[in-house]
Design a protein around this ligand. Structure first.
Ligand SMILES: [Zn+2]
Length: 269
């Protein structure tokens, strides 16, 4: 029968002695004496992985091989055992480092959520064992999982992109309007009532190309959310000035209105 990991179960060796020496061989012999099945990798250790105090990780069973470590969960979990004794000593810095890597790798690989990363004792209804040791809280190992707010980030980015697309559509619409009024030579805006001047029009577009990113960058720098409409009104006013070298008094006022709006946004005014 194949093992399908749905839980990550963490154990302590519960070593009877305190030592920094490697323990893999000793635990292997112990499990051989207890007549544990030999794994396809040639080991008798009941855990899938064994973690020495040095931080060295040794695989004893393939991930899809049945484990021999937690009654009732040996075909639905992946196990790791830390050398040492969790009742009297904490895991070493090196062990924690490797365990963290292991948990993060396996949780992603088998889509195991945080609440399914548990100490051995969590599967023992009568508290027969303290494994992975009474010095460590139940959620200690689970807290080594780095939660990446992937979905929230993607949603946020989609919203940002949508905003930018809307803004771009508005800018394109605005440019089309400017071109239309210019070519119709009647001008909804007083400042546009002169005849079409391709040079001035090019200058307008050039000006916008510099102006728009500047406003957006400035708003970003100040962490201010400028709405598309605000930006359009600022751009429109700037466009009027750029396209019309002889700025009418009224246009100057509307431009000031736009800039003022920006300054208020930026809390300068
Ligand atoms: Zn255990």
């Amino acid at each position: 029968m194949k093992n399908t990991p749905k839980f990550l179960i963490i154990h302590t060796e519960a070593s009877p002695i305190i030592t920094n020496a490697p323990r893999f061989e000793i635990v292997n012999q112990f499990h051989q004496q207890r007549l544990f099945d030999k794994s396809s990798l040639g080991w008798y250790i009941g855990y899938h992985y064994f973690l020495e105090k040095s931080g060295k990780l040794i695989q004893a069973r393939l991930d899809d091989e049945e484990g021999m470590h937690t009654k009732g969960y040996n075909l639905s979990s992946l196990s790791i055992c830390m050398a040492g004794n969790g009742d009297v000593e904490l895991p070493t810095k090196e062990q924690i480092e490797t365990l963290k890597k292991w948990i993060n790798e396996k949780a992603v690989q088998y889509k195991i959520p945080k609440e399914k990363i548990k100490p051995h004792r969590a599967f023992l209804p009568l508290f027969e064992k303290t494994c992975y040791g009474r010095l460590l809280l139940d959620d200690w190992a689970a807290n080594l999982l780095e939660e990446k707010p992937k979905i929230a980030n993607i949603t946020f980015k989609i919203e940002e992109i949508k905003k930018q697309v809307t803004l771009l559509q508005k800018i394109v619409g605005l440019l089309q309007r400017i071109i239309f009024y210019k070519s119709m030579n009647k001008g909804k805006y007083g400042a546009f009532s002169s005849s079409v001047n391709p040079e001035k029009l090019a200058l307008t577009i050039k000006g916008l190309a510099i102006f728009v990113p500047s406003v957006v960058a400035l708003a970003k720098l100040w962490n201010i959310d400028i709405s598309g409409d605000d930006l359009i009104s600022i751009i429109l006013n700037a466009a009027l000035v750029v396209s019309q070298l002889g700025v009418a008094f009224g246009t100057g006022l509307t431009l000031w209105g736009g800039i003022r709006k920006l300054l208020v946004h930026l809390k300068i005014l």
